[in-house]
Design a protein around this ligand. Structure first.
Ligand code: ADP
Ligand code: MG
Length: 600
């Protein structure tokens, strides 16, 4: 859980829930209409005791059957009207509130796409998933139910008490007596309940993360026989959530018992006192009947306050969780967008580049420090370094997936920090080590690299990446792949990722070990094709094998967070022991690369 729940002292449920207003605004007319209808329906129920009073003091006292029948018809009509009005309320709010939920979800999704990579590094995906699903559902239910009924029941209680006092003010006071202690109890309850509710929601997020990881990693779980330990971990989390939910239920049961019992006692006291008054002749029997049945009609509105408050607290914490994500800053756009002065050489220039991950230990040395590199226009530079030396990190800096913590990067003399992101990402194309395919057709996956590229460009990119196997798939380039489609082998996915990187014919190409999952024969083919692509672009290619390094004009060795040597492959082999060691070790490893592994 990235952020601890805020202390109850510095958060207010009302303030959290008020933030929903922009989403509710468009449907406010309907919502208010529905609330008014519900208030009307609820107050109709309070007319019933008045009809009873009329019946008891009138037709019943006079022994007039016709009058009693008329009274019964009135009561029936009142009941039907109440039911119809509540139905109308539901019809009024159901559709608009589903719209509110959908637009909040759309906003969350849009925002998640724009948050920096650093944010996603920090937040477990299950936490984001649960916020986009269960929390939003809770908020829709809050708008439909607790919010309306807090208003409706509050008004009903108010109107009810006016009627009670009008009937017999002394008995009214007896009923009002428990109000103050109940209010104090409710506010104590709310504070406690909001803490537990928040904890439960966060634990649902943790649980979601575990489920997601074990589904995505099902091959590893099975391959290593980890079912048991995964199941144990899951069970521990589920048990923790269960304990929290039970705690919630206990709190709710406690407040519910008090809210039910205390008014019940007050009604009992009013009954005794009222009967004495009727016996003394100070009160008509009809008035006492009306008084008591009004008090009984108010029982449900009063009792419901407890769980309506509980649901509101839960919704407030759900709103907090939603807005925690929405408040995270999106990638800032550069201030002087598009007006950066060109200076220096063309090609890619890294000037004193320093980078430290935002979540890294402040005392630790930066991953990259003082990197100076110049890749000339049209040149291909291979980046070589031991595992963990920061090669992937460096490639992520060029399309600004992370922002530099020091130095600058110039593309054709233009500082990337001053470029608008869409333009930067059009100029620079990347293929990552982990080729990700989305649930879409092969063609759509490749064309993600360049919006609006032609069918011819697509064919060319596929051929360059030696991905012609797609033409043999069941529906060719229209075959669905990814989670919801056909599983492709690691090598196939890597070739599609490569096609995606080159389809837009980018000026600058960044490839993070693009050939790692290819078998030797395919690798030779892809290399031959890549050679053609690389001729036309300025490229930075992370490489592990001598054969990939051979594609490059020069090689840079990344070691200890710095560029420790630059030169041709032959030069470095001769002069740099670490380089020679890396390249020789690779030959053994190369033979171990699995041929067309069967992972997605
Ligand atoms: N998202 C991240 N947050 C914090 N540290 C990271 C992150 N990604 C990588 N690192 C650290 O940065 C260093 C360089 O990693 P990486 O660039 O992936 O190396 P390479 O690609 O050369 O194997 C490693 O020590 C790694 O632990
Ligand atoms: Mg790497």
């Amino acid at each position: 859980m990235p952020e601890e729940p805020a202390e109850p002292t510095d958060r207010s449920a009302v303030r959290s829930l008020l933030r929903l207003w922009p989403y509710v605004r468009p449907v406010r007319a309907r919502w208010i209409g529905a609330a008014l209808v519900a208030i009307l329906a609820s107050c109709l129920a309070l007319v019933i005791p008045l009809v009873l009073k009329w019946m008891v003091d009138g037709p019943v006292a006079d022994r007039d059957p016709g009058g009693v029948w008329l009274g019964a018809v009135y009561l029936l009509l009142l009941g039907i009207a109440e039911a119809l009005l509540f139905g109308l309320r539901r019809w009024l709010v159901a559709r608009p509130l589903a719209g509110v939920e959908a637009s909040m979800r759309a906003d969350l999704y849009r925002h998640l796409q724009r948050l920096p990579v650093a944010f996603h590094d920090r937040w477990p995906s299950g936490q984001l998933l649960s916020r986009g699903t269960t929390d939003l559902m809770l908020l829709r239910m809050f708008l439909a139910f607790p919010l309306t009924f807090l208003l409706v029941n509050g008004t009903t209680i108010l109107v009810g008490f006016v009627i009670l006092f009008a009937q017999e003010w002394s008995l009214g006071l007896v009923l009002l007596a428990p109000a103050l202690p109940l209010m104090i109890l409710c506010s104590l309850f709310e504070t406690k309940y909001s803490l537990v509710a928040r904890r439960a929601q966060d634990q649902v997020g943790d649980l979601t993360t575990v489920v997601e990881e074990s589904v995505l990693g099902i091959r590893i779980v099975k391959g290593f026989g980890r079912h048991r330990s995964q199941a144990l971990a899951f069970r521990a989390l589920a048990r923790r959530l269960r304990a929290t939910e039970l705690g919630k239920a206990r709190l709710l049961a406690g407040i519910w018992a008090l809210i039910t019992a205390i008014p019940e006692l007050a009604i009992g006291a009013a009954l005794v006192l009222g009967t004495i008054e009727v016996a003394d002749g100070n009160l008509s029997a009809g008035t006492l009947v009306a008084f008591l049945s009004t008090a009984l009609a108010l029982r449900w509105p009063v009792e419901s306050i407890g769980f309506l408050l509980a649901m509101s607290q839960e919704s407030a914490t759900a709103a907090d969780r939603y807005f925690e994500v929405m408040d995270a800053a999106e990638e800032p756009e550069p201030e002087a967008a598009g007006e950066a002065a060109r200076e220096g050489d063309r090609g890619i220039l890294l000037d004193g580049v320093e980078f430290r991950y935002p979540d890294a230990d402040p005392g630790s040395p930066p991953v990259l420090a003082g990197i100076d590199l110049h890749i000339r226009p049209g040149e291909t530079l291979a980046l070589v370094g031991a595992t963990g030396s920061g090669k992937t990190t460096l490639t992520a800096l060029l399309p600004r997936l992370h922002d530099l913590t020091g130095g600058r990067i110039l593309l054709d003399g233009e500082d990337i920090a001053a470029m608008e992101r869409p333009r930067l990402r059009e100029l620079v194309s990347v293929a990552f080590e982990e080729p990700t395919l989305f649930s879409a057709s092969v063609g759509e996956n490749v064309l993600m690299g360049a919006e609006g590229a032609s069918a011819q460009q697509l064919r060319r990119a596929l051929s360059v990446a030696q991905a012609d196997f797609v033409h043999d798939l069941p529906q060719g380039v229209d075959t669905q792949v990814g989670e919801q489609g056909l599983s492709l082998s690691g090598g196939q996915r890597q070739r599609l990722a490569l096609a995606r990187a080159v389809v837009g014919e980018p000026r600058f190409l960044v490839l993070d070990d693009p050939l790692s999952a290819l078998d030797v024969h395919t690798e030779a083919l892809v290399e031959a094709a890549l050679r053609r692509v690389l001729e036309g672009t300025t490229a930075l290619v992370v490489a592990h094998r001598p054969s990939t390094v051979m594609l490059a004009d020069r090689v840079a060795l990344l070691s200890g967070g710095r560029i420790s040597a630059v030169g041709t492959h032959q030069e470095l082999l001769r002069t740099d022991a670490e380089y020679a060691w890396l390249m020789s070790g690779d030959r053994g490893a190369g033979a171990l690369v699995p041929e067309e592994g069967s992972t997605r």
